[in-house]
Design a protein around this ligand. Sequence first.
Ligand SMILES: Cc1ncc(COP(=O)(O)O)c(C=O)c1O
Length: 390
Amino acid sequence: MHYLDHAATTDLRPEAAEEWLRVARQTGNASSTHGAGQRARRILEESRERLAAALECDPIEVVLTSGGTESVNLAVQGLWRSRLSGRGSIVLPDGEHHATLDTVAALAGEGAQVVPVALDAVGRIPADAFAARLASNGVALATALVANNEIGTVNDAAALAASATSARVPLHLDAVAAFGHLPLSFAALRGDAPAGVGLVALSIAGHKIGAPTGTGALVVARTARLAPLQHGGGQQRGLRSGTQDVAGAAAFALAAELAVAERAAEAVRLGALRDRLVAGIRERVPSAELLGDPDPAGRLPGNAHLLFPGAPSESLLFLLDVAGVSASAGSACQAGIAEPSHVVQALGRSQVEARSVIRFTLGRTSSDADVDAVLAAIGDAYERTSGGAR
Ligand SMILES: Cc1ncc(COP(=O)(O)O)c(C=O)c1O
C-alpha cells in the first residue's frame, strides 16, 4: 500500500506507541494526592514541559485536549463566550478547516457577525486585508490557519499575529497542519502583545505528527480570557476539566520532540519527493495544474494538490486506490458523499473544478516508491476518468 494521505493522519511513531504503553500500564490519576497519583502527575507535568519546549511557550499555557477539533472549539467558542457583552464580530478568512467554519457558523446562530476575508489566487490570507478587517469596530476575535491543510499554502502567521496585536484583538491560530512541518514559536508570534490580545491561542493535534489519535493541545496565553466548554474538576486552569490522559500526554510529548528535531531535514527530503511527484504527474498529465503556491517555500513541504480537469475526484481516487495508492480529495466527506472543496472554490475555481482535485500528502514514512506508484498509475487513471483527455 502506498499511503499519500499523511495530512489526514500519519503513522504512529513506534517510539510514541511504546511510550504510550509504558505509561498506560502505570495506575494513577494525576489529580490524586497519594504516591501513584503523584507519579502520574510528574509524568503529566514533564510531558507538558516537553510540549511547551517544542512549541516555545510556558508549560502552564499548554492545555491538553483530544485533538484539533476540540482545540479549535475551545479557542473560538471560549474566546467568544468570555465576552461579557455577548456581541461583536468574528474575523474568519475563507478556506478555514471545518472545525473552525462550523464552530463560527454555530456562533453566528447565537448572534455573532461573521467578517470574511477573501484568499488570494494561491490561497493565502492577504495580511493587509486581514489587518483592515481587524481594525474595524466591534471585532470580538479573529482566527486563521498557519498553513492550509488542503492546498498547503503557508500564511504569514507573524504578520497576522502582529495585526491582531496592533488592533488589540484576540487571535487564534490553527496550526494543526503546520506543526512539525514549519518552524513554530508561540512566544515569538505572541511577541510583547498586551494582556488578552494579539495571539492568545494556538491549536495542534497529535495524530498529525505521529502521536496517538485522541491527543492534542491548545496553547492558551496566560493572560487570555477564555471560557471553558466543559466543567468539572477544574483541571488545566479550569479550562478543560476531566481526568487527564497521562499516557497520551507522554506519547504526544515524545512525538512532538521528534517531529521538531527532524523537521528541517524532513522538510528538505519531503520537498524533493513532492517536487518529483508534481513534475512526474505533469509530464504524464500535462493539463494537471498545481493549486496553491507554486513557490515551494510558500507551501507545506509534503503537499501536492492538483486539479485534474474533467476528472471527478472520486473516480480518480477509486482508480488510484485500486493501484494501491491512498490519497484524498482534500475535502470534507460526509456520509460518503464528497463535497466540492470549499478551499478550491475560495481560489475562485468552479464547483466542477472543486470536484476534480486530488491532494497527495507525504510524511515520515514516505519514500520514492510511493511517488513511483502514483506516477505508474496516474496517466491511465486520468485517461479513463476524463474521457480520454490528457
Ligand atoms: C487545519 C486543521 N484544523 C483542524 C483539524 C481537526 O483536527 P482533528 O482531526 O485532530 O480533530 C484538522 C484535521 O484535519 C486540520 O487539518
